[in-house]
Design a protein around this ligand. Structure first.
Ligand code: CA2
Length: 152
């Protein structure tokens, strides 16, 4: 059976507030904009996207587990859980799907507590500090990994 032509897009806590606060850090695009541009990037390569956002760690973990059934990869901005959650990392590790880690802001230029990611070393793709456009680039790079394209 051929692998599913579907990606899971995961946005973690507080990303539902995108476009409403802190535009100097996160820009003015909304979560709906992010989900649309991600879906468009995937559609250009013949893939669809299932998008989930939650402020609850367990809901994110459940969505990641479900991806095992019908997705070929995961694009994730885990928000603050990036820097705290071993449980989210374990879920990502358990499903054995290729992962693209995205962050809207440039973590290297921010507070020390944002410098460590529990996801970074298990992700095949990292796109950080490119604003919401980074989600589209992450989709392209992840699909290169999934479809075996040599160098994008
Ligand atoms: O830069 C990113 O994408 C982050 O993952 C965003 C997280 C932050 O905890 C990470 O360190 C970096 C926070 C998302 C909060 O989003 C907001 C959006 C609008 C207003 C307030 C928060």
């Amino acid at each position: 059976m051929s692998p599913p032509r579907r990606l899971l897009l995961v946005n973690g806590p507080n990303l539902n507030l995108l476009g409403t606060r802190e535009p100097e850090i996160y820009g003015t695009a909304t979560l709906a904009d992010v989900e649309r541009l991600t879906a468009e990037a995937a559609a250009g390569r013949g893939f669809e996207v299932r998008a989930v956002q939650s402020n609850h760690e367990g809901a994110l973990i459940d969505a990641i587990h479900d991806a095992r059934e019908d997705c070929s990869g995961i694009v994730i901005n885990a928000g603050g859980y990036t820097h705290t959650s071993v449980a989210l990392r374990d879920a990502l590790s358990a499903v054995s799907l290729p992962i693209a880690e995205v962050h809207i802001s440039d973590l290297s230029a921010r507070e020390p507590f944002r410098q460590h990611s529990y996801i970074a070393d298990i992700a095949a793709v990292h796109v950080v500090g490119e604003g919401v456009a980074g989600y589209a680039r992450a989709v392209g790079l992840l699909l290169d990994v999934i479809t075996g394209r040599a160098d994008g």
